[in-house]
Structure formats: structure tokens, C-alpha cells
Design a protein. Structure first.
Length: 284
């Protein structure tokens, strides 16, 4: 069951044709500051020493991390945009009600964090009428923050991001992964079939979690294609905006416009999008 803290609608602020609002730019520093504070808490909790012995211990550690990070995120983001709603469930799927919503992942890649691996981050995305319009992705261990605003481009610090210029899939670094533990058997089948298809088409393939950390690589031009058979919003909306604002293509795996109602997700360098669609369209 979906759980939301309802937003207040606000029609008084001017929007341009892209859907951006005049005060979106001023919001970004507060978002970055909130993510940085959450990241500091997670760094203090991080250890590369193995310490988990059971599934129960894993899930307890995941919950503790989420609570610590959310405690640093929620109040500053609510204060920065008082009228926005809050998506309570990080595994939320499907469309949101009209208005503005904060979609966050307090520890994107939490399972990596609790196992002492470094592939994790903190994300916050403002979604307006089911379109991501502002996002920040903070990687505390690297000291990196990726940001994007709709219609204003994507950046890593002061550097503008650009998607890869590759045009041949046989030169491409591609990736996929699962959205969460316990995916249904049909999703497992599609993942496996797509991996086999891409292994015969791309240069090299990565299967890993979390999605956002592969998507920032696509936005930065270091990876070329990412797809996923899932609609977990917190794992997709940040990367979708970053890739789109870096000049990449964001669709479903058949090349149709992506939205929260799509069955699956594809982000690719513009010169590789058609080739990726051709391969993934063979997956039934």
C-alpha cells in the first residue's frame, strides 16, 4: 500500500515550458546540504570489517541506516519546500498524485553499505506532476555530488556532464541490476534473458546495485547504457533526470517515453539508444 504525506498544491509560482519553476535553482543548495549531513552520519556508521551473520542482522542494519539518514534529511527538505509531499516508502512504484513530492533514498545501495562496500549514496529528487525536476546525488566516500535541474543541465560539482559520444554498441560499457531483494520470477527471467542478449552485443556488461550509481556513470559518459526491469521510483528518478540533462535518452526498453507507469526503464547515450532498444526488444 502506498504511503504519502500529502502535498499542498501551489499554482502561484511561474513555470517555463520545461516545467521548471522560477525558485527551483534557489532550492538546490539546501538539498545538497541535507544530503551532506545525512552522508556524514552514514560515514560514521560505515565499516569495511565484516560483522553480519544472518538475514535478520542484515535487515536490522538496513533499517538502522535508513533511520539515521532520514533523520537528517526529512526536516531540512520539508523546510526547503514546505508545500511538497513526502513519499514514505522508498520502494514506491507507479504514478504519484498531482503536485510536488520529495522522492528520496536515504541510503541508495544500503545493502552495500552494511556489507562494508563503498558503492552507496544518498539521493533526493523533487518530482512535480510525475516529472523529476530537481535532483542531487551525494557520494560521501568520494566527496562527490551530482546535481540536475530540468532544462538547466547536469553537473558534478562545477563540471557539466555529457553523455557518451559512442555510436556502436560493440564498443559500449552497459549495465543492469535488480531493484530490490525478492523480485518476482518473471523479473528474474527478463533480467537473465536481457543479460544474455547484451553479452552478445556490447563490449562489456556490469550487473550491480544500486541503479543510481550506474546512472550517474551514464550521465557522466563513463558508462553508455543502463536498463532495469522495475519501477521503484527512488532508484530511477534521480538518474533519469541526470541522464536526460546530460543529453542522454531516457525511455522504456522498447523506446517509448518513460514515465512512472512504464513497465521498465532504459537510459542510454543518444548514439546507442536505438541499438540498445533493438537488443532489449527481443526480451519477452
Amino acid at each position: 500500500m502506498s504511503t504519502h504525506s500529502e502535498p499542498m498544491t501551489d499554482h502561484s509560482m511561474r513555470r517555463d515550458q520545461s516545467g521548471a519553476r522560477a525558485d527551483d535553482e534557489a532550492l538546490l543548495p539546501a538539498v545538497v546540504a541535507a544530503l551532506s549531513a545525512a552522508g556524514e552520519r552514514l560515514v560514521a556508521r560505515f565499516s569495511t570489517a565484516p560483522r553480519l551473520a544472518s538475514r535478520e542482522e542484515v535487515f536490522a542494519a538496513l533499517g538502522d541506516n535508513d533511520a539515521a539518514s532520514l533523520d537528517a534529511l526529512r526536516e531540512p527538505l520539508a523546510r526547503a519546500r514546505p508545500g511538497a509531499g513526502w513519499v514514505e516508502d522508498e520502494l514506491e512504484r507507479g504514478p504519484l498524485p498531482p503536485g510536488e513530492w520529495w522522492v528520496t533514498d536515504a541510503v541508495e545501495g544500503n545493502v552495500n553499505h552494511v556489507h562494508g562496500m563503498t558503492d552507496w549514496c544518498v539521493t533526493a529528487t523533487l518530482v512535480r506532476d510525475n516529472e523529476p525536476v530537481l535532483t542531487a546525488v551525494h557520494l560521501p566516500l568520494r566527496g562527490e555530488t551530482y546535481t540536475a535541474r530540468k532544462g538547466a543541465g547536469a553537473t558534478l560539482g562545477a563540471r557539466r556532464l555529457r553523455a557518451s559520444a559512442k555510436t556502436a554498441l560493440d564498443a559500449a560499457f552497459v549495465g543492469t541490476g535488480q531493484a530490490m531483494p525478492g523480485e518476482d520470477p518473471e523479473t528474474h527471467r527478463r533480467i537473465g534473458q536481457s543479460v544474455a542478449a547484451m553479452l552478445g552485443s556490447a563490449l562489456v556488461l556490469r550487473v550491480s546495485v544500486p541503479a543510481t550509481l550506474q546512472l550517474v556513470e551514464v550521465a557522466a559518459g563513463r558508462m553508455d547504457v543502463f536498463w532495469q526491469y522495475s519501477q521503484v521510483l527512488s532508484g530511477l528518478v534521480a538518474g533519469a533526470l541526470l541522464v536526460a540533462e546530460a543529453g542522454g535518452a531516457v525511455t522504456d526498453t522498447r523506446g517509448n517515453r518513460w514515465s512512472p507507469t512504464s513497465e521498465d526503464f532504459l537510459a542510454a547515450a543518444p548514439g546507442l539508444h536505438a541499438g540498445a532498444v533493438a537488443v532489449l526488444s527481443t526480451v519477452r
